[in-house]
Design a protein around this ligand. Structure first.
Ligand code: ADP
Ligand code: MG
Length: 590
């Protein structure tokens, strides 16, 4: 074949392959155009998942008759005129590609009226533009109606999923946009069904209502509000407490200058910020807005503009990480909002708040059933609980009353009864303490009276030799004393009583990982994993009897410890039964 210039419609269809993947992308592009046009009200109607019809109507500034055909022409845009404009772009669109791409694969009607027009003008096309503008009734603003998407590209049409799936994508795409534009009212209908109708959200209450409506009604109750500015960057929004983690990454919204993005760098920063508090298989929930000078971010790196590139990426990474990490660590026990337990009025069953989002991959966490009260007698070996004089001062976690089954601490505080998982809580306290020691120069170690000889596989022994220095900083002194033997000479005092063989093996397993990676933050991750492992081994074991002063000391430690509400895997370390709930449970005051 000789080289030839492709016909315009084919060029547009090729572009459409990237820009309009599915109905959701059409809806997103059209709504973004409405927002760029300054609309206050946007109404979206979809039929059959958007495959049969998508209509977007707005009250924006409209398109003048003379420019209607241009709006449907490739590389024609009113949003930029020069490279400099591109580098400072604030609008969502700028390529002039969406409308011609959509037209090339659908039957499209564009009706628009500017404030200066007496009436609207309508242009129509099937694959390509047919005819010239005709008068049409329309209020100031624009309506774009897209029918029979991919009617002329059967191969693409075959890739479309069930209508319900396509609609789900469309719905999500619009929710994502709606979370970024509180000032715009947005309605979505699917066939005859109204899916959502969002009024313009004024003030904090309105915004909170919209967030609750679009994400999870309980998200905000379990989230921290964030607003940090530094170095010309501002990060605001909401981050969920680790205990509100999810089985899928389905509540993660990140915006850069109002544009929803999925960015690797951002993802990494957030994952690291939550790493300490979340089990590897859980996902944090957040709605976050990053604002910066548009010149610092390149938005022209992805066909659908869902990725961006920051010019000073490490600054942005560290800023996001720092802001989120710090906010999470500042959380201190707050009995009035923490993991309260609810008594079901009908059945009398005690249930943790719904915000205990377990299930999914988490698995091991308590289901509602495990909170049911039962009149089981204590097991044969259990010591009678010690009864303490109730005191009523202001310690958030109150004062220990007794220990239950060697697992839980019962304490009394102002709000009512506190139940603490003693191992999980102690583990967190120790972990944070060791991390601090490591930051401040290294973990102290205690020389063993009798060095312990541990037999390990040869590669582990080699690894130990190589990691000697690093282990030393972690408070562990050991030498290789044979091809498969290690002599442990000193350990952190807390670990003196542990099974040193198992400890060394698991620590070296974790240390081996960090050797193979090398990236600084990954090395830190690995070190923290080692500490987490040490903390778990050193924490009080179930079954151990604690005295009341020991229990109180643990409660005070928790109050002082970062992230004390979650164990190192993000599970709660304590729950609160309020007086009200206890009364309700015993049907008092009815
Ligand atoms: P882009 O948004 O990248 O400029 P589009 O193909 O999406 O490209 O739109 C082309 C042009 O049509 C826009 O630059 C804008 O001037 C005009 N336009 C599109 N939709 C609307 C709308 N809803 N209201 C006003 N003008 C619009
Ligand atoms: Mg556009």
């Amino acid at each position: 074949m000789p080289i030839q210039v492709l016909p315009e419609q084919l060029v547009n269809q090729i572009a459409a392959g990237e820009v309009v993947e599915r109905p959701a992308a059409v809806a997103k592009e059209l709504v973004e155009n409405s927002l760029d046009a300054g609309a206050h009200h946007v109404e979206v109607d979809a039929e059959q998942g958007g495959l049969a019809r998508i209509q977007v109507r707005d009250d924006g500034r409209g398109i003048a008759r003379g420019e209607l055909a241009l709006a449907l022409t490739r590389h024609a845009t009113s949003k930029i005129a020069s490279l400099d404009d591109l580098e400072h772009v604030r609008s969502l669109g700028f390529r002039g590609e969406a409308l011609p791409s959509i037209l090339s694969v659908s039957r499209l009607a564009l009706v628009s009226r500017t404030a200066a027009d007496e009436h609207g003008w309508r242009l129509y096309g099937e694959g390509t533009l047919a005819g010239s503008p005709e008068p049409a009734a329309h209020a100031p603003g624009t309506t774009v109606e897209v029918r029979d998407l991919f009617f002329n590209t059967p191969a693409r049409r075959k890739f479309m999923r069930a209508e319900s799936t396509e609609f789900r994508h469309l719905d999500q795409a619009l929710r994502r946009i709606a979370l970024a534009r509180f000032d715009t009212a947005l309605t979505l209908r699917h066939g005859a069904r109204k899916v959502f109708e969002l009024p313009a959200a004024a003030g904090a209450t309105g915004q909170a209502q919209r967030v609750a409506q679009l994400t999870d009604p309980e998200f905000l109750d379990n989230a921290l509000e964030l607003d940090e500015s530094r170095l010309g960057l501002r990060l605001s929004g909401w981050i969920a407490l680790p205990s509100f983690s999810r089985g899928q990454p389905d509540l993660q919204h990140f915006y850069v200058n109002g544009r929803p993005v999925r960015d690797k760098l951002v993802g990494h920063a957030l994952r690291r910020a939550y790493a300490d508090a979340l089990h590897g298989s859980r996902y944090p929930a957040f709605v976050l807005y990053l604002e910066c000078d548009p010149a610092r971010v390149d938005v022209n790196v992805h066909p659908a503009k869902v990725e961006v590139r920051f010019r000073d990426s490490s600054v942005v990474h560290d800023f996001i990480f720092g802001a989120v990490h710090l906010a999470l660590r500042r959380v201190r026990p707050d009995p009035s909002s923490h993991h309260q337990v609810h008594v079901d009025r009908e059945t009398g069953e005690i249930q943790p708040q719904d915000s205990f989002r377990y299930g999914g991959a988490g698995g091991a966490a308590p289901g509602p059933g495990s909170w049911r009260t039962s009149a089981k007698s204590p097991g044969p070996g259990a010591a009678p609980p010690a009864i303490a004089e109730p005191r009523s001062d202001d310690m958030p976690l109150g004062h220990a009353l007794a220990q239950l089954n060697g697992i839980f601490i019962l304490a009394q505080n102002r709000e009512g009864l506190v139940l603490v998982d003693m191992h999980a809580a102690h583990e967190r306290v120790l972990y944070e303490r060791m991390k601090r020691a490591l930051r401040e120069g290294g973990i102290a170690s205690q020389v063993l009276l009798v060095p312990a000889v541990v037999t390990v596989p040869e590669d582990v022994a080699e690894e130990a030799e190589r990691a000697r220095e690093r282990l030393h900083r972690l408070g562990l002194e050991l030498d290789r004393s044979g091809p498969t033997t290690l002599t442990v000479r000193a350990v952190p005092p807390l670990l003196a009583q542990s099974d040193l063989g198992a400890l060394v093996k698991s620590l070296l397993g974790a240390a081996a990982d960090d050797e193979s990676r090398g990236h600084f933050s990954e090395v830190l991750d690995a070190q923290e994993r080692v500490l987490a492992d040490m903390a778990c081994r050193a924490a009080v074991r179930s079954g151990r009897q604690l005295t009341l002063p020991e229990m109180d000391a643990l409660l005070r430690d928790m109050e002082r410890t970062d992230l004390a509400g979650q164990c190192n895997h993000g599970r709660p370390t304590w729950v609160q039964f309020t007086h009200g709930e206890l009364d309700r449970f015993f049907l008092r005051g009815r």
